[in-house]
Write a new protein. Structure first.
Length: 567
């Protein structure tokens, strides 16, 4: 009998939630008049052609918390087939994929057969890890392996021909003195790491998380702001995967107790992609996070960010001014640096000396003098800014204003004929003023220097292939109040968006342009409430207002807006 603690829900509910079957079809297959004696729901759905075999196996994988994969012969090490009798493989529809130390990974079409796993463990003496695949894959693999007798194939090629040689490390150093380095250089590990990078870049992921847990190694990547599980390799591969990444990033593979940071560059389809590596010791082992910095993804301009036309023109007026401070505010991961890069690209010209101070420098911009701040190395933001002011700059970009010293130098630079653009961590545009005051900057200096504040968030865009119109739910009306006129949508989920209902992200913005009256108010050290009332009087469109406008235009959903902007 199945262990209910390993299941995530009923099979029918999972198929319904994924849009694989209609409620009417599910009711028909469940009817006692239709189902054969002893027939399971999934078999009835298949017999009645109400669901495809692939969709059924995928739902079973979700139900039993197992990975689903369309297995092909390049994922199979034929050497492990000798561990099990061929009659056993044919009878139970199972394909051994590969063995790593004392764990064997097998592909099955029926994860409900728990006895089979126990029998494989008894016959092989190995712990069994299951992967669910389609019946067609099982049939093809068994016919291939058991009948034609072609040459053996090992795990070294499991990534497949599609990316053979496509992902290349541009700079790599290997320490042959350590056994870990030798393990990390083994072809299966190299190919696994290459596949993870290939998959993440292809899916437009911003980060890859390699997370050890008790008896589990989970690899996830962040797409459109949300983490999605990519795979679960055997936990025994964790040390080799981490070591491989450390070798690529030129880190110390023998150091496991201290965090380390590094970077490397790969080439995929004739384009270079920078990868930033961060390791962190945890009680389960070293966790590794890779930040994907795809230079081609940065080829954007201010007009493509989703800023409304009126505010876009106001922002362009601010970045073309010769002096003053422009702040871009928002939490981590809200796209602040991307906005500043787009602004810099717009004003970049041979007649301007543009300099940046960043930690780290995420992208190299042509014609821009970029400085990497490094507090441990004695070059903090404030020190770098002081040095850059002696380099005859026209425009300065500060990666982040995080202390009084940096803020003071930025204000002084803006008051002496320089345009300064910087990021700041605040929840909205008006809060940036009080944040600078709390840092210890004199209000009259802020009033004289500040030209504008752009606050932003990123929301997911509805999938154009599966979005469907809805009436705004009463809960949204109660939460947001009156909603703008327009057609609202929700994402049903389809193959194009991998069932999420969303593809890509767009910004929502509020732009505070500092008027003369607002500048005078800042100089009097006002409260946050006074500043907000004055901003609204000047016509400030808030983040929520911009988000509701985009929802009413069918760009995003009210649920997504509620997730990102809490009022």
């Amino acid at each position: 009998m199945a262990d209910l603690s390993t299941m995530t829900g009923k099979l029918g509910d999972i198929l319904l939630s994924q849009g694989r079957v209609t409620r009417e079809g599910l009711q028909r297959a469940s009817s006692q008049d239709v189902r054969l004696p002893g027939e399971r729901l999934g078999d009835a759905l298949l017999r009645l052609n109400l669901v495809t075999d692939e969709h059924l196996r995928e739902a079973l994988a979700i139900q039993y918390r197992l990975p689903f994969l369309l297995v092909n012969r390049r994922l199979v090490d034929r050497a492990v087939f000798g561990l099990l009798p061929h009659t056993f493989l044919a009878r139970h529809r199972v394909v051994p994929m590969f063995r790593i130390e004392d764990e064997i990974t097998v592909a099955v079409e029926d994860p409900t057969n728990l006895w089979m796993g126990d029998e494989i463990e008894r016959l092989t003496g190995c712990a069994v890890l299951k992967v669910v695949t389609s019946a067609a894959c099982i049939r093809s693999l068994l016919d291939d392996v058991l009948d034609d007798g072609r040459e053996s194939f090992d795990i070294d090629e499991f990534v497949g021909e599609a990316i053979e040689g496509d992902v290349q490390v541009i700079e790599e150093q290997v320490d042959d003195m350590l056994n870990l380095a030798e393990i990390a250089g083994m072809s299966p590990i190299v190919r696994l790491v290459n596949y993870v990078l290939f998959k993440a870049i292809g899916d437009r992921a911003s980060d890859i998380h390699i997370e050890p847990d008790d008896h589990v190694l989970r690899i996830r990547h962040r797409v459109d702001g949300e983490l999605r599980e990519l795979m679960r390799p055997p936990a025994s591969m964790h040390p080799a995967i981490v070591s491989r990444l450390k070798v690529m990033a030129d880190l110390d593979i023998s150091e496991r107790r201290q965090p380390q940071d590094g970077r490397f560059r790969v080439r995929l389809e004739n384009r270079a992609v920078d990868v930033r590596v961060s390791t962190l010791p945890t009680v389960q082992g070293e966790k590794v996070v890779l930040r994907i910095l795809d230079r081609t993804a940065l080829r954007i301009n201010l007009g493509s960010l989703g800023i409304g036309n009126q505010r876009l023109q106001a922002l362009r007026d601010l970045i073309h001014r010769p002096d003053g401070i422009l702040l871009v505010a928002g939490p981590t991961g809200s796209g602040k640096t991307t906005t500043l890069y787009a602004a810099i690209e717009e004003i970049n010209a041979p007649g301007k000396n543009i300099c940046t101070v960043e930690n780290p420098v995420e992208y190299n911009l042509r014609g821009i003098n970029q400085v990497q701040a490094n507090q441990k190395g004695g070059l903090g933001f404030a020190d770098a800014l002081r040095s850059l002011l002696r380099q005859d700059p026209d425009v300065l970009m500060v990666g982040e204003i995080r202390d009084k010293e940096t803020a003071t130098i930025a204000v002084q630079a803006s008051l002496t004929g320089h345009l300064v653009m910087a990021t700041l961590h605040t929840n909205d545009a008006v809060s940036a003023v009080t944040r600078l005051i709390n840092m210890g900057i004199e209000p009259y200096l802020i009033g004289a220097a500040l030209r504008g504040v752009l606050s932003q968030r990123l929301v997911r865009c509805l999938c154009p292939s599966c979005r469907e119109p809805i009436d705004p739910p009463s809960s949204a009306v109660r939460h947001f109040g009156s909603l703008p006129d327009g057609q609202y949508y929700t994402g049903r989920g389809c193959d194009s968006c991998r069932g999420t209902g969303y593809v890509g992200r767009i910004g929502i913005y509020e732009l505070l342009v500092v008027s003369d009256d607002f500048s005078d108010l800042i100089s009097r050290s006002p409260s946050l409430g006074e500043l907000r009332r004055a901003a609204q009087k000047d016509g400030l469109m808030t983040l929520l207002s911009d988000g509701l406008r985009k929802a009413s235009e069918g760009i995003t959903s009210l649920d997504e807006l509620l997730r990102v902007v809490w009022t």
